[in-house]
Structure formats: C-alpha cells, structure tokens
Design a protein around this ligand. Structure first.
Ligand code: MN
Length: 295
C-alpha cells in the first residue's frame, strides 16, 4: 500500500494512493485510519481494515482526488523522532577521506524541518553551502525497545524516500550537526509511505539523486555499511522507538560538497531522489524571501 498525507484546500487528509488518484481514508471515522501514526500503530489490523474498505461498498463513499488537486505533506505528520545515520555507505566515507565507522553514527533532525513531495527547500541566510543527500527512510510501525537484529524488520511499518538537506559550512563550524540538518524544509520526505510488502528486501533497492536532471548519486542500498535491521536494533538499544518514528539510513557518495568542483544548491535547482519500489521525491530549491523582513 502507498499511504499519503495530503492537503486539499485547508483540509488535511490521510489516505491511500491508488494508480492515479488519492482516496481519503480518514473520513471513515475509524481511529486506526485517522492518520499515518495511528495506521502504523495498528499494524496488520490497519492493513486488513484498508483492504476490506477498498473491497467493499464503503469504497464508493470515500472522497477521491486527482494528484493535481492535492498538496502532499510529509507522509508521517509530526513523528516523535527523526533519527539520521552518518557515513553509512563506504564510498561516501572514502569521498570525505574518512574510515568507515565501527558502529552507526546517529544524529537528530528536528521533525519540524520535514516537508513533503513538491514542497520548496528554502536556503537559509546563515549558510552558503547547502547540500543534498539521497536516503532511504524506514518508518517504525510497532513500538520497539531493545529489539534484536533478527526481529528488527518486524517493527518497520513502511518506507519513504528522504533527502537529508545539510548546511555543510555550519556542520563543520558547529562540530555537531543538529542546526546544520534542521533548518525549516531541510527534510524532504515522500511522496508516500510504502508498506514493507511492496518494498521487499530494503537492502536491494536502486537509489539515485538527480540535480536538474543530471545524475549525481547512483547506488544500491546493498552498499549500506549497517543494514536497516541493524540500524533499528542499534537505535532501540538506546531509546524506545514508537510508531511513526523515522530513521534516515544515510547517503551514498556523490553529494555536492565532495565533488570537484563542489556543487552546492542554488535557487531554482530541482532535486529528484528516486528509490526503486519506494518512489520519486521531487523538491525545488528557493531563496529565503519570507525571513528577510524579520532580520
Ligand atoms: Mn544524511
């Protein structure tokens, strides 16, 4: 299933994408279907409920929208945690002259920085070196606390395409990465939340990033140093993971900062991150105009 969170006018909906249209599921009044986090928390029950709904007469009463009538929001609204993983592809370590880490490097991104497919990525005035990072995001379904690696994927409720936008100059200056990774709109995610049955093996997915049509990153999730299962297990040894929590699993080589010459984002750039079986996430870069008056 391809679940989505979208806005029609001023109204926000949780729904499903079917072939060429969006069906609102939140209008049914089922608490399991009111938003993505509730759906994820319901696990198999939520999936069965949606399948029954689509197979029965209730389907005719679901509001239907064409893609151009909706504004896509991040597929999970207000996740409790957005946990990112640094240097999880060896070629990305090599391009920055660092050795692969012995265990996952975790950092946090504020959930308020998330933006959906088609949303603008705003260049903040504080940075001159804003960069892109194509990533697979795993979204937690079932709560998990100290889960072993072999059981970890049972706790993943879906996947989405992610772009870990990063202010390289601030990342270097701050020594830790929270500010550099958390500016508003620095977390493009979408277009949909795709359930694991549609994705299959999360370590066998082609992942690319195109900037204005030009291929910049081209890899397979097979090249991850720590697998999705290992990452979920590792994080769950630190903190309990809850439905809707997002784990961005790291980026392959080819980011702008380590190219020769470097290529940082500029207003008008169009980024397209594609992950096999998960989707295509597109976002345009714009200058920070709205903030000018406040400074
Ligand atoms: Mn990253």
């Amino acid at each position: 299933m391809r679940l989505a969170t979208f806005q029609v006018g001023e109204v926000e909906h949780f729904g499903i994408f079917m072939v060429d249209r969006y069906l609102a599921l939140d209008t049914v009044g089922d608490p399991d279907l009111c938003d993505a986090r509730s759906f994820l928390a319901a696990g198999e029950r939520g999936m069965r409920r949606v399948a029954l709904l689509l197979a029965g007469p209730e389907r005719d009463h679901l509001p239907v929208f064409s893609p151009d009538a909706v504004r896509l929001l991040p597929p999970v609204r207000h996740p409790g945690k957005v946990i990112c993983v640094g240097r999880n592809y060896s070629e990305h370590c090599t391009e920055q002259g660092r050795r692969p880490p012995g265990e996952p490097i975790l950092f946090a991104k504020f959930a308020a920085s998330l933006v959906g497919h088609g949303g603008a990525v705003v260049l903040p005035p504080q940075s001159r070196k804003v960069d892109f990072e194509a990533e697979l995001a795993a979204v937690i379904g079932r709560e998990c606390d100290r889960v072993p690696v072999v059981r970890a994927l049972e706790h993943v409720g879906g996947y989405a395409v992610f772009n870990d936008i990063s202010a390289r100059d601030l990342q270097a200056r701050d020594k830790q990465w929270v500010r550099a990774k958390s500016f508003r709109t620095f977390g493009p995610m979408g277009p949909h939340l795709v359930t694991p049955d549609e994705v299959g093996d999360p370590q066998a997915l082609h992942i690319t990033l195109r900037l204005n049509g030009k291929l910049m990153q081209d890899a397979s999730t097979r090249q991850m140093i720590f697998s999705v299962a290992e990452l979920v297990s590792f994080v769950s040894q630190v903190v309990r993971l809850d439905p809707g929590d997002v784990i961005a699993t790291g980026t392959p080589s080819g980011v702008g900062a380590f190219r020769d010459p470097p290529r940082f984002l500029a207003a008008g750039d169009r980024m397209q991150v594609a992950i096999e079986r998960v989707g295509v996430l597109e976002n345009e870069v714009v200058d920070d105009v709205g903030g000018e008056a406040e400074r």
